[in-house]
Design a protein around this ligand. Structure first.
Ligand SMILES: [Zn+2]
Length: 296
């Protein structure tokens, strides 16, 4: 073997970070699944938050720092959803490639339209949505938007495989369009249905499919309900003829259960991310499972 010829190649390999697969860290499961579908065997994806936990309050594990240190790309939800747990991991990992503003940092909230953007910041009151509602993944119309943002960023980091990423994006969009047609048909009978949710986490979904949000069990996003607020919600449910209360998997269910039992309406627990419940194991089956639970 010609050792002298071999060494420069080895060095080149060490310095070209993207000669192998791209190391991607995704804050949430839905992001990891979309990155995997676009990057396929060109990416190695690590998801930080568990899908069945409160996405606002993830307790970081020490292993997150090591994962962040090795990352070529960090993809976050943004809109302050990770504000309580991710910044400290980014800081401690001290990986210059994935700092905000770098090519290795992708904030998805910058690519979608956020609803409920407040005119004045109310975080002092405990509102955990100070930049608007960050749960935009719950609108399935955002799946292709996110996929395209991911495609563009992977292409920027790994331009030799642009055609590959674009083909995968096209495949995703075709499949997504088929699902969307089916979901719209399944939910058509529910248009105009008035609903209550515990936290403002399913708003994008309800808006997309024509449900009307009559109120929330939480008085403000992130603030647990008081007896006074529950009494007000009870009166509103009767007045507005609400038939459903929807709740995420992680918040306490006492208040919603109380209201549902007392008013004889349905309480339905819905997944908000990949991995939140059994059966919701990818970006498409999350919506299949939501719709199955509503329509069954
Ligand atoms: Zn929230």
């Amino acid at each position: 073997m010609n050792v002298l010829k071999f060494i420069p190649l080895l060095l080149l390999g060490m310095h070209s970070a993207f000669s192998g697969s791209l190391q991607v860290v995704a804050s949430y499961g839905y992001i990891g699944d979309i990155v995997q579908r676009i990057g396929k065997d060109r990416v190695e994806v690590v998801v930080l938050a568990r899908g069945d936990y409160n996405p606002h309050i993830i307790i970081p594990k020490p292993s997150y720092i090591a994962k962040m240190r090795r990352a070529d790309l960090l993809v976050i939800n943004g809109g302050q959803l990770e504000i309580g747990w991710l910044p400290q991991i980014i800081r401690q990992a001290n990986n210059s490639a994935v700092q905000p503003g770098e090519r290795g940092f992708l904030d998805l909230s910058q690519h979608v339209h956020l609803i409920d953007v407040p005119t004045s910041v109310s975080r002092e009151l405990g509102d955990v949505h100070p930049e608007g509602n960050p749960h935009f993944f719950m609108d399935p119309e955002n799946i292709p938007v996110i996929a395209t943002a991911v495609t563009e960023r992977l292409t920027e980091l790994d331009p030799d495989h642009q055609a590959y990423y674009e083909a995968n994006n096209k495949e995703l969009r075709t499949f997504w369009q088929q699902q969307m047609t089916r979901w719209e048909a399944q939910l058509k009978p529910y248009r105009g249905e008035k609903v209550v949710e515990y936290h403002k986490i399913f708003d994008y979904f309800f808006n997309r499919f024509g449900f009307l949000i009559a109120g929330t069990v939480e008085p403000l996003p992130g603030i647990p309900p008081t007896a006074k607020h529950i009494a007000e919600v009870e009166k509103m449910i009767v007045r507005e003829h609400v038939k459903f209360i929807f709740q995420d998997v992680y918040n306490p269910q006492d208040a919603s259960s109380y209201l549902a039992a007392r008013l004889n309406i349905k309480l339905i627990i819905l997944p908000h991310d990949v991995g939140a419940v059994k059966g919701a194991d990818n970006v498409f089956s999350v919506f299949d499972e939501i719709i199955r639970r509503i329509t069954q």
